[in-house]
Design a protein around this ligand. Structure first.
Ligand SMILES: [Fe+2]
Ligand SMILES: [Fe+2]
Length: 187
């Protein structure tokens, strides 16, 4: 199965997916999640990322995914949900892995530990190189919720700066952390 998944990934996406697998295993061991589940979610999470916007929408039709208005404008955002559908239909993955894959692009309200691990692993894996990634890596070693909130802060700030649409699940994910009193500035 691992071979089959990896054969569908090319170039940077291949290296990135292996990086996410390693980071997810590391975080699972640190925070008490199943490393095998986390690693599997890692190699599967971007399996549909290479597809065109039209192909994303076609997969939505096939698997009964109803895109929201933001996703209709930015179909690439759907790659988490379409990858989860493939993980379920073609690789018979359990629901917790599929759920983590489905929300890795946007985050969501009430994320499970596995959801958080995949989101964070995608952000901090070793091939990532952008302003703020070192701070996220540092926070990931201290407290997973603070690290996650830092990722949301960075993502939201960047989306606003670039005049891009913000998915309602990302706002919900951010609000969920704030409501719980999470902060990264004091770390
Ligand atoms: Fe992704
Ligand atoms: Fe990714």
């Amino acid at each position: 199965m691992r071979k089959s998944i990896l054969s569908r990934l090319q170039g940077y996406r291949y290296e990135h997916s292996l990086g996410v697998e390693r980071a997810a295993i590391m975080l699972a061991e640190k925070y008490g999640e199943d490393p095998e589940k986390a690693g599997t979610a890692g190699i599967l999470h971007d399996i549909t990322k290479y597809l065109s916007p039209q192909e994303q929408l076609n997969l939505c039709g096939k698997y009964g995914i109803i895109p929201c208005t933001v996703e209709k404008s930015e179909p690439k955002m759907l790659h988490g949900k379409t990858a989860a559908a493939i993980a379920r239909a073609e690789y018979h993955m359990p629901e917790d892995i599929c759920d983590a894959i489905a929300c890795h692009t946007t985050g969501k309200n009430h994320m499970t530990l596995l959801d958080k691990i995949l989101y964070l692993a995608d952000y901090i894996e070793e091939t990532r190189d952008f302003p703020g990634v070192d701070k996220a890596r540092e926070l990931a070693q201290i407290d997973i919720d603070s690290a996650l909130l830092y990722c949301y802060d960075q993502t939201l700030t960047e989306l606003v700066a670039r005049g891009k649409l913000i998915h309602s699940d990302t706002i919900a994910a951010y609000n969920d952390m704030i409501r719980q009193g999470v902060s990264w500035r004091d770390k």
